[in-house]
Design a binder for this molecule. Structure first.
Ligand SMILES: [Zn+2]
Length: 223
């Protein structure tokens, strides 16, 4: 009986030593730290497509008043007309991404035409900001990762889509987003509609009140 107890104690001690050795080994390599789900805690990203437009200034003002950063995926063909908004986005710390030049479905074009859409948009933005564009949101989510001209661009899709372009009901847009938003979400809106801009600012107020922090999409891991 005593022998068995002794043997059990020895086994327990060996297990403990083994555990400590493995733990220390992993700790040294830095991989004992679990990938926590709290990384995205209370963090969401607001994104705006298809602009800039005539309501973008009002949106930028509202975001500035609230100290909120967002991401704008702009159309190359609109950039020069709204240069002051592009500069304002940059000054306010928003992310500016590529949404093609003329809102085309990239996978319906040949590589040359698709690259032309992507490249011209990057150039139009970069000519104003002096900074290279790093992110692209392809219209309709249609995109080929094989496009060589876009190899340095990271694709950004979305996780919450209130279809704001399909309604003028501000309450409906706000309710959809507020009731669906969760940690790490990327919310899709369009800053070319007055209803979307009104909804966006209400969404900000509601989610801020719930303790959410708004970040630009580069701060959220993207597939
Ligand atoms: Zn679009």
């Amino acid at each position: 009986m005593l022998k068995r107890l002794f043997a059990a104690c020895i086994m327990l001690c060996l297990d403990l030593i083994l555990f400590v050795v493995i733990y220390e080994d992993r700790k040294d390599k830095g991989d004992n730290i679990p990938v926590t789900t709290t990384f995205y805690e209370n963090v969401v990203a607001l994104t705006f497509d298809d602009g800039p437009g005539i309501y973008t200034g009002e949106l930028l003002e509202g975001l500035r008043e609230r100290g909120v950063k967002a991401s704008f995926f702009v159309l190359g063909e609109r950039v020069d007309c709204y240069e002051e908004y592009i500069l304002q986005m940059q000054a306010d710390g928003h992310l500016i991404g590529n949404h093609t030049f003329s809102h085309v479905k990239l996978d319906t074009l040949n590589d040359e035409a698709a690259c032309d859409e992507v490249r011209r948009t990057c150039e139009a933005i970069e000519n104003i900001t002096g900074e290279s564009v790093k992110y692209i949101r392809p219209p309709y989510g249609a995109y080929s990762d094989k496009l060589e001209c876009a190899i340095n661009l990271t694709k950004v899709l979305w996780t919450v889509d209130p279809q704001d372009w399909n309604t003028t009901d501000v309450d409906k847009i706000v309710n959809h987003v507020v009731s669906n938003a969760k940690d790490g979400d990327i919310i899709l809106l369009h800053d070319i509609y007055s209803t979307s801009v009104a909804a966006a600012l209400r969404i900000v107020d509601e989610l801020l009140a719930r303790g959410y922090v708004f970040v630009t999409v580069d701060e959220i891991l993207i597939e």
